[in-house]
Design a protein around this ligand. Sequence first.
Ligand code: FAD
Length: 296
Amino acid sequence: MSSNQEALERLRWKKFPVLNEGFVCLVDAMGSDDAIVQAARVSYGAGTKSVSDDRTLLRYLMRHRHSTPFEMAEVKLMIQIPMDAWRQWVRHRTASINEYSTRYSVAIDAAQTTDPSAWRLQATSNRQGSDGFADASLGAELTASETAFQESARALYEKRVELGVAREQARKDLPLSTYTRAYWKCDLRNLFHFLSLRMEKHAQLEIREYATIIGEEIVKPLFPNAYEAFVDYELGAATLSRLEQETIARLAAVGKIPASLADVEECGDPSWRGLTRCRERDEAIEKLVKLGLFKE
Ligand SMILES: Cc1cc2nc3c(=O)[nH]c(=O)nc-3n(C[C@H](O)[C@H](O)[C@H](O)COP(=O)(O)OP(=O)(O)OC[C@H]3O[C@@H](n4cnc5c(N)ncnc54)[C@H](O)[C@@H]3O)c2cc1C
């Protein structure tokens, strides 16, 4: 049995818990690192085999965004996830989905709950993000009100169902914390795209937890070489825009590496100069920091 088949047998239907009541499990998978390479060799011809082994070819494909061979592999998952994270998830349009119907069945009796220590505060630097945590007493108050609200919303829903209201209408006041369940099938090319956006630090923590489990616990053992290439050339990679390359070249030319904020102001792109807020410049500095080219 190949290592891919072994991983498939070991992982199939294994429930990976996420959040308080969520989970991810692998239902099925098609293909392997070998299948990706085999598909690529059809397009490149037998000549490729002599110059590159399978891992090298896979890495070449990922590096140069030759993406169709990755579409030869597929992963089918079953997930249980709160509605708010699911709403972000379904923005990825290249997967096939079948979702639990709350018209047909009573809504899943589970809601995402928040530990008192896990209430994140609104970030001031990034309008979409969070920064730091509520203190213990505020956290306790928020969790107590969350529990009361979720219980009351559920009781209202169940009362409506009991009174004969159609399930399709009774559900309308259930909170976004209510869990839904779905089958989700995606080819590996689009799954990597999903993971690159949702394992990344700007993604909301909740969906990031799902994506990280899918990447690390499911995709990695099934497609070790492809996943390694994905981490090296996509997830862990950084691109340098023309503006950023020119900034680095100017800093180097005047011997200002590592650079200070004032150096970036002087040598950065002219369109950044004098701005009190400039996201593009901030992102450029973030990259300089990562490369050890900035003195903080
Ligand atoms: C951190 C973060 C913040 C976000 N904030 C917001 C927000 O504030 N508001 C908001 O509305 N959304 C937001 N999104 C969702 C985001 O804009 C995308 O809709 C989502 O990430 C899906 O990405 P996608 O379209 O590339 O991927 P998919 O839908 O998975 O598609 C994969 C790829 O297929 C191709 N493709 C698919 N459909 C089409 C099409 N119809 N036409 C052409 N090419 C297509 C594209 O190349 C696409 O990249 C956010 C996403 C992230 C990760």
